[in-house]
Design a protein. Structure first.
Length: 278
């Protein structure tokens, strides 16, 4: 894909799924990539594929919730490549559970990774993106950052937070006259490991939920998702909806309004997801 040659791109959560596909596609497009994940096996696989392409790659284990580690990582990437043009804050986790039965620690964990991980990455790399003269922040929210569904309060909260944070940042960069573009990404059902690696509240079968997601909802491949995202980045779009389901759901929300969509989605959710035990 054109428009990425010579640019330095940082991708979190690059050990699998969308992050891995983004890193590989960026490498194919001539970018120098810095990839990270807590999943070192998946990260090594991504690194090997990029090396096979012949593209420059720096791979590091990184927990995006550890702010001090993220600060050191940002300095290391700049020292290694001399600049940073783009950061893809992609790392994320999932959790299913009604608010009534969810533990505080489970909600906090989702917020730590999905929201604070994005904040940490954005804050630590932003000065370098501004200094590059051609910066871009790409933060991955979700379709669950556009609407809420029962059982996904923690995930919804984290992804709505990412959306608000990123949309505010985009306006701030424009007002300040900084050479940094900002894009919010809203993937729909993508065939990644996030559902299979998710956790759930007591009384819910996480593996059964994952099977339902993969069978009924995950329709877009990570490779296709990466190309959609990068095309939007290349064009400087403020947001990108990934997958036909994301576009359809966005239209439904716009057409029905807040109250109506909630009534509709609660009925649909009860039919699609496995029966709850509480």
């Amino acid at each position: 894909m054109q428009g990425f040659a010579g640019k330095v791109a940082v991708i979190t959560g690059a050990g699998s799924g969308i992050g891995q596909a983004l890193a590989i596609e960026l490498a194919r497009s001539g970018a120098k990539v810095a990839i990270s994940d807590v999943n070192t096996e998946g990260l090594a696989e991504t690194e090997a594929q990029i090396k096979a392409i012949g593209a420059p790659v720096k791979a590091d284990r990184l927990n995006v919730t550890e702010r001090e580690a993220f600060a050191l990582y940002a300095d290391e990437v700049v020292a290694h490549y001399g600049k940073v043009n783009q950061i893809y804050n992609n790392a994320g986790i999932a959790f299913t559970g009604d608010i009534e039965v969810s533990q505080f620690k489970d909600i906090e964990r989702v917020m730590d990774v999905n929201f604070w991980g994005v904040v940490n990455g954005t804050k630590e790399f932003l000065p370098h993106l501004i200094a590059s003269g051609d910066g871009h922040v790409i933060n991955v929210s979700s379709v669950f950052g556009l609407f809420a569904v029962p059982g996904q309060a923690a995930y919804n909260a984290s992804k709505f937070a990412v959306r608000g944070f990123t949309e505010a940042l985009r306006q701030e960069m424009k007002l300040a006259g900084h050479p940094v573009k900002v894009t919010t990404v809203h993937p729909g059902g993508v065939k990644t490991g996030i559902a299979r690696n998710s956790t759930a509240a007591e009384g819910l079968d996480a593996q059964e939920l994952a099977k339902t997601f993969d069978a009924k909802l995950a329709k877009t491949t990570p490779e296709r998702a990466a190309k959609i995202i990068l095309e939007a980045v290349r064009k400087g779009h403020a947001r990108v909806l990934v997958g036909p389901d994301a576009k359809l759901l966005d239209l439904i929300i716009r057409a029905t309004g807040s109250g109506a969509y909630q009534d509709l989605f609660s009925r649909v959710t009860s039919r699609v997801l496995p029966t709850r035990s509480h």
